[in-house]
Write a protein that binds this ligand. Structure first.
Ligand code: HDE
Length: 703
């Protein structure tokens, strides 16, 4: 079990944590039960009796175990941790001390999620990921309910039900599950050009995170910081993962959805259990209110980013997740985030999407969690004191004493007292607002294409290829030709080459010329090619072996990878132990057919003639190597191991290394003759640290 943080929140939770040790089975009333396998009946073969209070209670409770899943973001995984600012520079802008006091370590609970799928759907679908953080600050709970993409599909919250109905499974047959590749979503898109920027993100690799630990997070909206003088500053929140921002490839995602539908959830859980605590840096982009109209987009428009090259992201502090929940339902399912959970120093703007969210979260939680007292559920309880005159309701946990439940009162000495800002009370930012009551989208929200083009222009060539392939895949699943045509016509406003490339794949006549000329601007910060850190920490590497493997090499590989923070797992044709070439035994971690290359970041095949003969005769093992190569993963082999690579059709292994030499060619690392040279693992680790070998052409590889 990993080391656990034990802060104010955990001390509070300890009071309700229950262990089964040293307990007797009882009813909900605490009465011990002597038998729970047979109901009380009239005679051995007679009817069950109503007076069996234990059976009735047991079944009734079971009958009521389910609650509605979240209408969006139903599938998620959560963890506890803490946030701590690096220093106090942000104090000029906000009174929120959890962001400015380097001595203040704030407990948090974070929940990551997919959006469209149901609670039991797969993790590796093409989707946005939620990244919601609850900070249990001393001033009350602050929730930063963000996503892993910095923009959104729509500009005004009133369209959210339409958008969600379009992306969710279609209403007649509830298909497809957790997928955007269907007619209704793309019909919505072709009719709503405001979706275009977000659709570029959704068709990019950002929608396929390798790990929740390797995802950026964004607050999306422009929020407002408020300082001690009451001065406001516009702010965009960013989370940057310490491990870099990395993605899977689409073919891999589809396979993982079957091999391990819990892939991202398991990855988060295992990393925390192993003490490899995921980390993010919180950063902010600040814009002085005097500069509100200095941009060629509206700061209140949630379909726009502020390019980092225009306004830099300044580091604020560090988030670490170091403890898994004890109970999925009690914690991850019952946690309730709300954009309107703010603390002094943080406020809203008039972003019309944010305004709608400020209504929606509390509203949905009233039904999802069964009434108005869900803030008393342990995971949701603040560590700050709670006192008010809100009373009663389903599930009330507090025993409010005294005769008063109104304000003002004199009978209870005026308590709870209404304090001012000097007492730390929240005071809404005073913004002057005037206007006519109208239903109209602001003119400043009308440019739907420039930033979609900016995103496209900023991509590396392999990222562009993936985007084109994604559009082709998704539109290829759309039955209505006019919908395909409509989307291509929209893309022609983003970039002509993109529109043509997509059109050619989906049977639509390519547009003759650009609808809107490409402005040629780019923002390097948007490309994942620029987020490589070189670390291989927590990466999983498969080592393929059978009886007769060179066990010294296996040992060297295990040690070398572990020293670099990665994890090697020996996969063999059977579980247990296998024989080494020169005697000795090797422990097998997994039987190869219970796993697949798609759940590993790279593969190494050590030498040993018998081992390679056995692996080469096993289609699953051969496929394992081909598939890893297909997905641009580093593949390495030594001595006879190279024969398995050759057998798998890997061209680079044909010209493999001479005696005691190491050759690294397009992420295929080979070494021949004698002991494993030092460079072998160094080269492999270097390729792994780049995440994938994108310049390898794998189009013709059959896997
Ligand atoms: Fe949400 N969203 N949302 N959303 N959202 C919910 O709240 C909603 C939006 C986000 O792990 C719901 O408790 C509206 C943007 C996350 O528990 C619901 C609009 C962003 C989560 C809701 C948006 C998000 C939710 C469903 C448009 C990124 C999961 C269950 C106006 C900045 C939180 C619930 C968790 C969940 C409404 C748009 C992020 C229905 C009306 C933009 C991460 O209240």
């Amino acid at each position: 079990m990993a080391a656990e943080s034990h802060d104010a929140k955990h001390r509070q939770l300890d009071e309700v944590r229950k262990d089964p040790q040293d307990t007797y089975l009882t009813t909900q009333q605490g009465v011990r039960v002597d038998h729970t396998d047979d109901a009380l009946s009239a005679g051995e073969r007679g009817p069950t009796l109503l007076e069996d209070f234990h059976a009735r209670e047991k079944i009734t409770h079971f009958d009521h175990e389910r609650i509605p899943e979240r209408v969006v973001h139903a599938r998620g995984a959560g963890a506890y941790g803490h946030f701590q600012p690096y220093d106090g520079w942000l104090a000029d802008y906000t009174v929120a001390s959890f962001l400015t006091d380097p001595n203040e370590r704030t407990p948090v609970f974070v929940r990551f999620s997919t959006v469209a799928g149901s609670r039991g759907s797969a993790d590796t679908v093409r989707d946005v990921r939620g990244f919601a953080t609850k900070f249990y600050t001393r001033q009350g709970n602050y929730d930063l309910v963000g996503n892993n993409m910095p923009v959104f599909f729509i500009q005004d919250g009133i369209k959210f039900p339409d958008f969600v109905h379009a992306v969710k499974p279609e209403p007649d047959n509830e298909m497809p599950q957790a997928a955007s590749a269907h007619d209704t979503l793309w019909d919505f898109v072709q009719l709503q050009p405001e979706t275009l920027h977000m659709m570029m993100w959704l068709m990019s690799d950002r929608a396929l995170p390798r790990s929740y630990r390797m995802m950026q997070g964004f607050g999306v909206h422009t929020f407002r910081l408020v300082n001690a003088e009451g001065r406001g500053t516009f702010v965009k929140f960013h989370w940057k993962p310490a491990l870099g921002t990395h993605s899977l490839v689409w073919d891999e995602c589809q396979k993982i959805a079957g091999k391990d539908p819990d892939y991202n959830r398991r990855d988060l859980w295992e990393a925390i259990e192993a003490g490899q605590y995921p980390e993010w840096e919180l950063g902010v982009q600040l814009v002085d209110e005097s500069r509100e109209f200095d941009f060629d987009f509206d700061l209140l428009d949630p379909t726009k980013i502020i390019p980092e090259e225009e306004v830099p992201v300044r580091p604020v502090g560090r988030l670490v997740l170091d403890r898994n929940p004890d109970n999925f339902f009690a914690e991850t399912e019952q946690v309730a985030f709300h954009t309107a959970n703010v603390v002094p120093g943080i406020d809203f703007t008039n972003d019309p999407l944010l305004q709608a969210r400020n209504f929606s979260y509390l509203d949905t939680q009233l039904i999802r969690l069964g009434g108005p007292n869900f803030a008393q559920i342990p995971v949701n309880r603040p560590v700050a004191d709670v006192a008010n005159n809100q009373r009663d309701g389903y599930g009330q946990q507090r025993i409010h004493r005294g005769r008063t439940s109104y304000s003002e009162n004199s009978l209870a000495g005026g308590c709870p007292v209404v304090g001012g800002t000097e007492a730390g009370a929240f005071a809404h930012y005073q913004e002057k607002v005037e206007g006519h009551k109208i239903r109209k989208r602001s003119e400043s929200f009308q440019d739907h294409y420039s930033q979609a083009t900016l995103f496209w222009n900023s991509m590396a060539s392999w990222e562009k290829e993936h985007i084109v392939a994604a559009f082709r895949f998704e539109l290829g699943k759309v039955d209505h030709q006019h919908v395909r045509e409509g989307v291509v016509a929209r893309l022609n406003h983003v970039d002509h080459e993109l529109a043509v490339a997509v059109a050619e794949g989906v049977g639509v006549a390519p547009p003759q010329q650009a609808e809107t000329p490409n402005h040629g601007r780019s923002s390097p910060a948007l490309s994942q090619a620029n987020s490589v850190t070189g670390t291989i920490a927590t990466r999983k590497v498969a080592v393929l072996a059978a009886d007769g493997v060179d066990s010294t090499e296996v040992e060297q590989i295990r040690r070398g990878l572990s020293e670099r923070g990665a994890i090697a797992e020996v996969l063999a044709l059977r579980d247990g132990k296998i024989r080494g070439a020169n005697g000795g035994e090797v422990d097998v971690d997994r039987q190869i057919n219970t796993m697949a290359s798609v759940v590993y970041d790279g593969v190494i095949v050590p030498g040993g003639a018998d081992s390679i003969r056995a692996l080469s005769a096993d289609g699953y093992a051969v496929h394992f190597v081909t598939e890893a190569y297909k997905h641009h993963k580093p593949v390495a082999a030594s001595d006879e191991g190279m024969r398995l690579l050759q057998h798998a059709g890997i061209a680079e292994a044909e010209k493999a290394g001479g005696p005691n030499g190491v050759v690294a060619d397009h992420g295929v690392v080979t070494a021949a003759g004698g002991a494993l040279p030092d460079d072998f693992l160094a080269e492999f680790a270097a390729a792994l640290g780049r995440h994938r070998v994108w310049d390898r052409d794998t189009a013709s590889v059959p896997a």
